[in-house]
Design a protein around this ligand. Structure first.
Ligand code: FES
Length: 150
């Protein structure tokens, strides 16, 4: 899994300087047993300083990716069953237009926006360029607590 680093602007004496946030292990408040028991073996948590992170168990491993699809910013796992991503072959697909992302790396996989209908007048899709989602290294301690490196 890749480790995401983000830069943020920090005001300094009237100028703006860029500072890189240091990654740290952040507790998700979810245990391995809790994730296994969850519907679709999936939980979305709001991690301090990171935002909504989707935890997914797949093939006996735990993955963590951003819950926000980079296409239109919709949730991969929303609050209703209609907005619920599908997982297949190590990738998670957005419920809106079907763009899929590798659970390990966050990279876009396959056709971008395959479910987006073509515009009748123009006859083509407007869906932008394939874009990765943030993915986070996961560790599970001896008590089963899931932490992400973010
Ligand atoms: S919002 Fe996710 S593919 Fe369009």
């Amino acid at each position: 899994m890749s480790i995401s680093t983000r830069a943020r602007a920090t005001p300094t004496l009237g100028r703006r300087a860029r500072a890189t946030r240091t990654n740290a292990l952040r507790d998700t408040g979810v245990t391995r047993d809790g994730l296994r028991a969850a519907e679709k073996q999936r939980v979305v948590v709001d991690v301090d300083g990171v935002g909504k992170v989707l935890l997914q168990e797949f093939a006996n491993d735990v993955y963590a990716v951003s819950n926000k699809c980079p296409h239109l910013g919709l949730s991969l796992q929303g609050k209703t069953p209609l907005l619920s991503a599908t997982v297949s072959d190590g990738a998670i697909a957005c419920p809106a237009h079907g763009s899929a992302f590798d659970l390990k790396t966050g990279e876009a996989r396959g056709e971008w926006c395959p479910k987006l209908p073509a515009l009748p007048v123009v006859g083509k899709k407007y869906c932008g360029e394939p874009t990765a989602i943030a993915s986070y290294a996961v560790s599970v301690d001896e008590s089963g607590a899931i932490k992400i490196d973010a």
